[in-house]
Design a protein around this ligand. Structure first.
Ligand code: NAD
Ligand code: WQD
Length: 335
């Protein structure tokens, strides 16, 4: 059984990917410092899959801690999710973001190299495209003009990984640019449960639905989009997790290189489309108010997913209704 080290494996996307890895016959080994997740996620993964993955509370800034994990396990590949991801916080605390995300990745890569582990999938983001000139967004669009430190960490890490490959072509690297992950595992046991006021749309919607918040603030009603609200490419987190299995297969089967894929659905939905779809699942209208635009937001962002489809065989399966149903089930179980 191939062992896959999953950094950030108790987090939102990581935990769903661990479930899929187990289902596909891999042996995931999780490291996470639990800065944005809880250890009981390991119990939930066990409840879903019947398998308890190895878990180490280790920080990616801690080289010695990681070294021990790599010594204890014969790791085939790393899926690197660990990172801080709050856009607004990154503007206020850029050094924290650069240290955690970039220094942490450097430490991880050093330990990987020392243990001769050369396969890595990296959690990048559509944010590396900044404000795209046109949509849908293709992988060959320019990157780097990011509007916040969080986004820049993703861009810089992509560049670091490309340079690493130039210096050592025994590395095999896959940069996965996620669009907007939403939804939860169908069991309702794992999902996204942010601390404090959610930054992202779907957790905010589910908190309004459960009564934690009175209404949704729709950020801007005057964008040049069909209904004036922002358009994004929402992808079910289980589809996203499955994309990692296909990327892993690609790494296993292809020549060494740096591969780059968008993971999205190719369909853009507006904030009001999301409100409508969620209201249908809820069985009543979700209360909302249209307010000012949020600083740094763009009008439209959705993927051209054809490269991932052609080269990985990746195609998202779950529709918007399913994304809303699964997000809602998870929120209700949290009560
Ligand atoms: P998450 O916060 O739920 O998961 C990240 C995990 O990493 C958390 O469990 C956290 O405790 C852990 N972590 C953070 N810093 C660490 C460190 N120094 N050492 C060890 N563990 C650490 O976030 P997520 O939504 O699952 O995102 C996973 C990855 O995907 C992140 O790199 C994120 O930037 C990226 N991404 C997320 C989105 C999104 O919208 N959710 C979109 C694009 C890219
Ligand atoms: C989606 C739409 C908002 C909240 C962010 C990061 C990006 C990536 C994914 C990690 C927008 C609107 C939102 C609310 C609203 N993360 N909205 N009311 O901004 O596309 O992307 O998460 O890499 O880097 O920037 O996602 O969920 O915050 O917003 O109207 O309370 O919902 O304006 O149009 P976004 P989001």
């Amino acid at each position: 059984m191939k062992k896959i080290l999953v950094t950030g494996g108790t987090g939102y996307i990581g935990s769903h990917t661990v479930v899929e890895l187990i289902g596909a016959g891999y042996e995931p080994v999780i490291i996470d410092n639990l800065s944005n997740s809880k250890e009981d996620v390991v119990d939930k993964i066990q409840a879903i899959t019947g398998v308890r993955p190895a878990f180490y509370k280790v920080d990616i800034l801690d080289k010695e801690g990681m070294d021990k994990v790599f010594s204890a396990h014969d790791i085939f590949a790393v899926i690197h999710f660990a990172g801080l991801k709050a856009v607004g916080e990154s503007v206020k605390l850029p050094l924290k973001y650069y240290d955690n995300n970039i220094t942490g990745t450097l430490r991880l890569l050093e330990v990987m190299r020392a243990h001769n582990v050369k396969n890595i999938l990296f959690s990048s983001s559509a944010t590396v495209y900044g404000t795209p000139k046109t949509v849908p967004i293709r992988e060959d669009f320019p990157t780097g003009a990011c509007t916040n430190p969080y986004g820049k960490t993703k861009y810089f890490i992509e560049e670091i990984l490309k340079d690493l490959y130039v210096s050592d072509n025994t590395f095999n690297i896959c940069l996965l640019r996620y669009f907007n992950p939403v939804g939860a595992h169908e069991s309702g046991l794992i999902g996204e449960n942010p601390n404090g006021i959610p930054n992202n749309l779907m957790p905010y919607i589910t908190q309004v639905a459960i009564g934690i918040r009175p209404f949704l603030n729709v950020f801007g009603g005057d964008y040049p989009t069909p209904d004036g609200t922002g358009v994004r490419d929402y992808i079910h987190v289980v589809d996203l997790a499955r994309g990692h299995l296909l990327a892993l297969k690609k790494i296993e089967e292809s020549a060494n290189g740096v591969y780059v894929y968008n993971l999205g659905t190719g369909t853009g939905y507006s904030v009001l489309d999301m409100v409508k779809a969620f209201s249908e699942v809820l069985g009543r209208q979700l209360p909302y108010k249209i307010v000012e635009r949020r600083a740094g937001d763009i009008a439209e962002c959705y993927a051209d997913p054809s490269k991932a489809e052609k080269e990985l065989g990746f195609k998202a399966q779950y529709d918007l209704k399913r994304m809303c149903e699964d997000s809602w089930r998870f929120q209700q179980k949290l009560k």
